[in-house]
Design a protein around this ligand. Structure first.
Ligand code: DGL
Length: 282
């Protein structure tokens, strides 16, 4: 590749998509690790949640999200949604000609490297857990590791509502987590975009001796490694830009989005990638 072409790729933005606004937890980590990179975020708020949908539907949605981001000239795609990563990564890698990074592999790798008991817990949406993607990724790294998985569907609406701590949230967390706590795991993978917001409650229930692996953090650090190895880091960018697109905008999304990103979002644009067939005619 000639030098001007390489520079053009270096200066291109990183594209990130999620089923909604939860993926902003991944953007937050990307900004920390790679402050010089431009980021374009697409949250598919019109079709959220993905976590309870079938694989076929999740793959179709993931493809349309990717097409939109590629049309924006991204150099690398991050599938921030654990559910979409679990189900659609092979198909996206197959179909599209840019590097595609999901959140499963980085989380699995970190968990496998820190466990001492050889027992790892994984929590996520029902679709993520049913796909066994984390279990397979961990077992591919080390087949002797035992994986205990648990779907925690109520964690998503709790995080959306801002109920990240308190009596009710703790009781729900105990209900979900006590069975895997009793298995002797020493590492728990937070396999959903929303779960980093519930970290304090999860830590309280699981105890201090359990290592919590945040897939968002691990993914950001893997992307940094990939871009620097490929010499594709955007080094001369002192004023990095971020663009945020949602497929549906409501007041709720706007107020919750800032909480997930950890800062106020100046501007969000709505984009219609959903198509007329999936929308009722008004
Ligand atoms: N973003 C999803 C995930 O990480 C959670 C929300 C949803 O179900 O769409 O699995």
């Amino acid at each position: 590749m000639n030098e001007p072409m390489k520079n053009e790729i270096k200066n291109a933005p990183i594209g990130v998509f999620d089923s909604g606004i939860g993926g902003l937890t991944v953007v937050k980590e990307l900004i920390k690790s790679l402050p010089g990179e431009d980021i374009i975020y697409l949250g598919d708020t019109a079709r959220v949640p993905y976590g309870t949908k079938s694989g076929r539907t999740i793959i179709a949605y993931s493809h349309s999200n990717t097409e939109f981001l590629i049309s924006k000239g991204i150099k690398l795609l991050v599938v921030a949604c654990n559910t979409a990563s679990s189900v659609s990564l092979p198909s996206l890698k197959n179909e599209f000609d840019i590097p595609v990074i999901g959140v499963i592999e980085p989380g699995a790798r970190k968990a496998a490297s820190v466990t001492k008991t050889g027992k790892i817990g994984v929590i996520g949406t029902p679709s993520t857990i049913n796909s066994s993607a984390y279990k397979q990724a961990i077992e591919n790294i080390n087949s002797e590791i035992e994986v205990f998985s648990k779907a925690c569907p109520l964690f998503v609406p709790l995080a959306d509502e801002g109920w990240t701590e308190g009596e009710i949230t703790e009781r729900i967390a105990e209900q979900y987590l006590n069975p895997i706590k009793d298995t002797g795991i020493d590492v728990l993978v937070l396999g959903c975009t929303h779960y980093p917001l519930l970290k304090q409650t999860i830590r309280k229930v699981m105890g201090n001796q359990i290592t919590l692996v945040d897939s968002a953090q691990e993914t950001a650090s893997q992307i940094k490694d990939i871009l620097s190895k490929e010499n594709l880091l955007n080094k001369n960018n002192s004023q990095s830009k971020r663009e945020f697109y949602l497929t549906d905008i409501s007041d709720t999304f706007l107020s919750v989005a800032g909480r997930f990103l950890g800062e106020k979002i100046a501007k969000i644009e709505m984009v219609d990638i959903v198509g007329t067939t999936t929308r009722p005619s008004l």
